[in-house]
Design a protein around this ligand. Structure first.
Ligand code: PAF
Length: 312
């Protein structure tokens, strides 16, 4: 594709975004959405290539969503490089059609900032509520959002489900592509789409890893070389447990211990490691059907997540 780079249209206004989609649809075009928070890496670019297999047009949203960050989390330090992102998007085979880059999806005008206490009685508050936006409508996927990342990041999935709903309502795509690295998020979005009757096909794309095995993430740039080396224990531990399961070890406690020991010995601080049923995300004690091992661990100031499916 050298020499055939396509300049995407950049849309920042939600009404203009919707108008574009509707105009394309009257021409019979189908549209895929790849939602991102920017600082794109090859994992995101693979999602875009996957999107091209499903529709004629591709929209990438770049929006760091404040409602999925708790005030104690890394919203202000979340990396961004909009110019670099555009260059990368132009170099993707087939390019993309639109970058939707809204400034603030929770700005409803002057009257909106009156009441910022609308957190549904939850003790946890997001950066958005702290900033007093006045937004008080939330999408919750009640059971799937509990446990794992939902335990350590209490506002996270509520924020994700809400912003993805907003993006779906604005972009009105036929297909949306999500990475399976964020496994719990992917399952939650699928359930939300089913439960709320969105007419959108949700495609999950396999984890993309660097050559050393680390799952690609925008957070990886914040790892020091030593921390990165330690973080390789995540993929190693998951592969070890998967091989053991494939050799017949079906006891989840013993499999989990393999994961936990490997990461701790490397110097990682474990947030959680769980073996759960793939669709329901119910914790299992003995592998009897397809499961996924999910892990989150800290390496210095950086929290990484990863997972591996075991299809026995
Ligand atoms: O996975 C992400 O990057 C974000 O959680 C998403 C889906 C773009 C929502 O902000």
């Amino acid at each position: 594709m050298a020499g055939k780079e396509k300049q995407p249209k950049i849309i920042t206004d939600k009404n203009q975004m919707r108008t574009w989609t509707r105009a394309m649809r009257t021409q019979g075009k189908t549209i895929a959405l790849v939602p991102t928070m920017g600082f794109l890496h090859d994992g995101h670019l693979s999602l875009i290539q996957e999107a091209h297999k499903h529709t004629q047009l591709v929209v990438v949203s770049i929006y760091v969503n404040p409602s999925q960050f708790a005030p104690s989390e890394d919203l202000s330090t979340y990396p961004s490089d909009f110019e670099g992102d555009i260059r990368k998007l132009m170099a993707v085979p087939g390019g993309i059609d639109v970058v939707f880059h809204p400034h603030n999806l929770y700005d409803y005008g002057v009257e909106s900032a009156r009441d910022c206490a609308g957190n549904g009685g939850m003790a946890a508050v997001s950066c958005l509520e702290e900033s007093g936006s006045g937004h008080e409508t939330w999408v919750r996927v009640e059971r799937l959002e509990k446990g794992m990342c939902g335990s350590s990041r209490p506002v996270f999935f509520r924020g994700v489900a809400t912003v993805v709903t907003k993006l779906f309502n604005i972009v009105e795509p036929d297909v949306a592509v999500f990475g399976k690295k964020d496994y719990q998020q992917w399952r939650i979005i699928r359930r939300m789409v089913r439960d709320l009757d969105f007419s959108i096909n949700i495609v999950g794309f396999e984890i993309v890893r660097d050559a050393d095995g680390l799952a690609m993430s925008s957070r990886n740039v914040r790892l020091s070389p030593e921390e990165r080396l330690k973080a390789l224990s995540i993929n190693r531990s998951l592969s070890k447990a998967k091989s053991a399961a494939e050799r017949g070890e079906l006891n989840c406690k013993r499999l989990k211990n393999l994961v936990v020991d490997e990461v701790r010995e490397a110097g990682g601080e474990l947030d959680y490691a769980e073996i759960v049923e793939q669709e329901s995300l119910e914790v299992v004690e003995e592998i009897k059907s397809p499961v996924v091992i999910l892990i989150a661990a800290w390496f210095g100031e950086v929290r990484l997540i990863d997972n591996m499916e075991i299809n026995i």
